[in-house]
Write a protein that binds this ligand. Structure first.
Ligand SMILES: O=c1[nH]c(=O)c2[nH]c(=O)[nH]c2[nH]1
Length: 278
C-alpha cells in the first residue's frame, strides 16, 4: 500500500482578539483551521510520531500569533500563522491557514458609534485563506452564506424544452441565493477590508440594477464587475444555490396570483457555480 497524500492540523480554533485601550475596543473573532504538510508520513505509516508537531501545539501557535497581531485583519493573520508554522518547524513543507470571521458591527447609540458595544452581523461570514510553502504563498478572501434576493427583474427562458421539461418560462420571478464567494489576490491591496467591501459592492450593484436572464448570467456579470472594481484580485469563484420561491396556485379559491404569493423552498435547489479570471 502507498500513502498518496497526507496532511494534518487543528480545526475550529476559535479566537477572539481585542484591540484598543480603555473604553474604546475593536473586536475580531475568527474560527481558524491550520493544516500542515511535510515530513509527517511516518506517523501514518510507521506509528512514529517523532517528526509530528502536536495539533495542540498548532493551536498554541494560533493563540501566540493572535497576541502578537491584535490589529491584523483575517488575511494578514492567516498569513502570519502560516509563516510562523513554517519558520518554526523546518520539516513542514506547506501550511494552509484559513479563517471564518464572525463580524461584529459597532452599535450606534444616539447616532454615535459606541466605543465597545457590538451586534453580530447575521448575514454570512467572511473567509480568508493563506496557502504558504517555502517558495511563496497565495491568499484568498471571501464570503460564505451571504444571502440576498431581488423581487422582480429576473427571468428564466429560452432553455432546452423536451418531453421531460415541465417548468414554464418566466420573465418575472424572485431571484434569491445564499452565496459562497472567494477571490484570489494577485497582490496585496492597501487595505483588505476596504477592498473586500468593494468586491461585494460591485457584485451587489450588478445584481440589483440589471435584469437577470439566469443565475448563470448574473454570476458571470457580478464576477466581471468585481474583477473590474478591484485590480488586485485575479480570480473570483462564485457558488450559488437558486433558492426557489414558487408561486402558490390560488385558482381553487377563485383567486389569481400574478406573482404575489409564493412558497419559500430550500430543497431541491439549483446550484450554479463558476470561476472567472482576467
Ligand atoms: O437561473 C436559473 N438557471 C437555471 O439553470 C435554471 N433551471 C431552472 O429550472 N430554473 C433555473 N434558473
Amino acid at each position: 500500500m502507498t500513502l498518496l497524500s497526507s496532511t494534518y492540523g487543528k480545526g475550529r480554533v476559535r479566537v477572539m482578539r481585542l484591540a484598543g485601550d480603555g473604553e474604546h475596543r475593536d473586536v475580531r473573532e475568527l474560527e481558524v483551521r491550520a493544516m500542515l504538510t511535510g515530513d509527517i508520513d511516518r506517523a501514518f505509516t510507521e506509528a512514529d510520531n517523532s517528526t509530528t508537531v502536536s495539533t495542540d501545539t498548532i493551536k498554541n501557535v494560533v493563540n501566540i500569533v493572535a497576541r502578537e497581531e491584535l490589529d491584523a485583519g483575517a488575511e494578514v493573520f492567516c498569513r502570519a500563522v502560516a509563516a510562523r508554522l513554517l519558520d518554526r518547524y523546518p520539516g513542514m513543507r506547506s501550511a494552509t491557514v484559513s479563517a471564518r470571521e464572525t463580524r461584529w458591527n459597532r452599535m450606534g447609540i444616539d447616532g454615535a458609534p459606541h466605543p465597545h458595544a457590538f451586534t453580530r452581523d447575521g448575514n454570512g461570514v467572511g473567509t480568508a485563506e493563506a496557502v504558504t510553502d517555502r517558495s511563496g504563498g497565495r491568499m484568498s478572501s471571501g464570503l460564505s452564506g451571504f444571502t440576498f434576493l431581488k423581487a422582480t427583474a429576473s427571468g428564466w427562458a429560452g432553455y432546452v424544452k423536451d418531453p421531460y421539461t415541465t417548468i414554464p418560462e418566466t420573465h418575472d420571478r424572485i431571484a434569491a441565493t445564499a452565496m459562497e464567494a472567494s477571490w484570489g489576490w494577485e497582490r496585496d491591496p492597501a487595505d483588505f477590508a476596504q477592498a473586500n467591501a468593494r468586491v461585494l459592492d460591485a457584485m451587489l450593484r450588478v445584481f440589483a440594477t440589471t435584469y437577470s436572464h439566469s443565475v448563470q448570467d448574473s454570476l458571470y456579470r457580478m464576477g466581471e464587475a468585481a474583477l473590474a472594481a478591484v485590480p488586485e484580485i485575479d480570480t473570483i469563484s462564485l457558488a450559488c444555490p437558486n433558492k426557489h420561491y414558487l408561486p402558490v396556485n390560488l385558482a381553487p379559491f377563485g383567486m389569481d396570483n400574478p406573482n404575489r404569493v409564493f412558497v419559500a423552498t430550500d430543497e431541491p435547489h439549483g446550484q450554479i457555480e463558476c470561476t472567472i479570471g482576467r
